[in-house]
Design a protein around this ligand. Structure first.
Ligand SMILES: Cc1cc2nc3c(=O)[nH]c(=O)nc-3n(C[C@H](O)[C@H](O)[C@H](O)COP(=O)(O)OP(=O)(O)OC[C@H]3O[C@@H](n4cnc5c(N)ncnc54)[C@H](O)[C@@H]3O)c2cc1C
Length: 343
């Protein structure tokens, strides 16, 4: 069998490696500095994600098709009795806006899509429009180890190594090298893609197992533009997200995020503590599990999914997925498969 090396063990590297392995044509090895079993690390974005499936790409674009391919596979994986059911929470998602949803929005093809009548809009935020649909969230602490285990059980090898230069790997003579390093693509010798940069996202994790629906509101009048996201997970954790720039968790940002999330979703207050109207941030501080910051691997011009055949060993890139690495993981891996088949 032809040997293929995948660099990186985030959601993109693990998914890409598994897909290549599943063709039965290649002997796949993953080389990475960090793996799912490691404690949370700022250099490993996949551990910090929400992560939910809400695509914002324009219908008809290549990126929208990548997202849709991922959705269709993950929707099956997440069904009752599905192969990875425990990693996903299927849920109703409500998205609130101050403008009508554009006609090119991919949300319209989600199952159960409907426009929310004005009378049903939440009172705590200044939304004038809303839509509802079925989707799922992915629990990183379950899904990443699930991918790694599946890969290893099928005979895949995982090697822990920080690679300084891509030639360290190409000189081993594999059939191809697949670069799935997220932000690491900026620093790896021989790649050094300076258009990749971190977008820092702060989040707060609550233990609120009574919340089973997701909600989001983007306030166009705030500066910087702030989103408020309530992202429930299968385990009963609820991630409050929506910032794009804080370098490390700040208490005042946490309080502000919690204030906005309460306005959007007052049900975050534990059922036995709902005496105050309106609810106060104090009511939910006791259920805070964690405050955290992750660095999304954004790339100017969008993700890089392409073949570089200038070297003696073909190199295929799959990185720069920004805030959408989970959404794009399966669809982008499918493109890598086609590129690999061409070399
Ligand atoms: C707060 C937050 C919320 C998010 N929410 C969502 C969401 O709802 N939906 C969604 O789809 N996405 C979401 N994301 C984005 C998503 O997490 C990322 O797009 C995704 O994790 C990127 O995965 P990756 O595999 O490309 O990179 P990473 O997960 O960063 O993995 C990089 C891998 O490369 C390895 N590596 C790097 N450099 C080297 C080197 N030189 N040598 C060896 N190994 C190296 C690392 O050790 C690691 O194994 C969110 C992100 C954040 C921070």
């Amino acid at each position: 069998m032809k040997k293929v090396v995948v660099l990186g063990a985030g959601v993109v590297g693990l998914t890409t490696a598994l897909k290549i392995q599943q063709t039965g044509l290649y002997d796949v090895q993953i080389i990475a500095g960090l793996f799912p079993s490691d404690p949370k690390n700022i250099k490993y974005c996949s551990q910090w994600a929400g992560a939910r499936f809400v695509s914002t790409e324009k219908i008809g674009s290549e990126q929208a098709e990548i997202d849709w391919a991922t959705f269709q596979e993950m929707w099956k994986m997440s069904e009752p009795g599905g192969i990875a059911e425990e990693c996903f929470l299927r849920m109703t998602q409500r998205h609130y806006f101050t403008e009508k949803l554009p006609s090119y929005s991919p949300l319209q093809r989600m199952p159960g899509f409907r426009e929310i009548p004005r009378a049903e809009l939440p009172t705590g935020v200044k939304a004038t429009h809303g839509v509802e649909f079925q989707t799922f969230t992915i629990e990183p602490a379950r899904y990443l180890p699930w991918l790694a285990k599946k890969f290893q059980q099928a005979g895949g090898a995982m090697v822990r190594k920080h690679v300084q230069h891509i030639d360290e790997v190409t000189k081993l003579g594999p059939h191809a090298v697949i670069v799935c390093l997220g932000l690491g693509a900026r620093f790896l010798g021989g790649v050094e893609d300076k258009s990749v940069f971190p977008s820092r996202g702060q989040n707060v994790i609550l233990r609120a197992p009574w919340i089973r629906d997701g909600s989001s509101f983007i306030d166009p009048h705030s500066n910087p533009r702030l989103g408020t996201d309530v992202v429930p997970r299968k385990s009963g954790e609820v991630l409050i997200g929506g910032t794009q720039e804080e370098p490390k968790p700040r208490p005042e940002t946490t309080r502000e995020m919690l204030r906005r999330s309460l306005a959007l979703c007052p049900q975050l207050v534990p059922p036995d503590k709902r005496s105050r109207n309106p609810p106060d941030v104090k009511d939910i501080l006791p259920i805070v599990v964690e405050e955290a910051c992750g660095h999304r691997p954004v790339r100017e011009g969008g993700p890089r999914i392409e073949l570089d055949s200038r070297k003696a060993t073909p190199v295929i890139y799959n990185y720069g997925h920004g805030g959408d690495g989970y959404i794009k993981s399966i669809g982008s891996a499918n493109i890598v498969l086609k590129l690999l088949a061409s070399v």
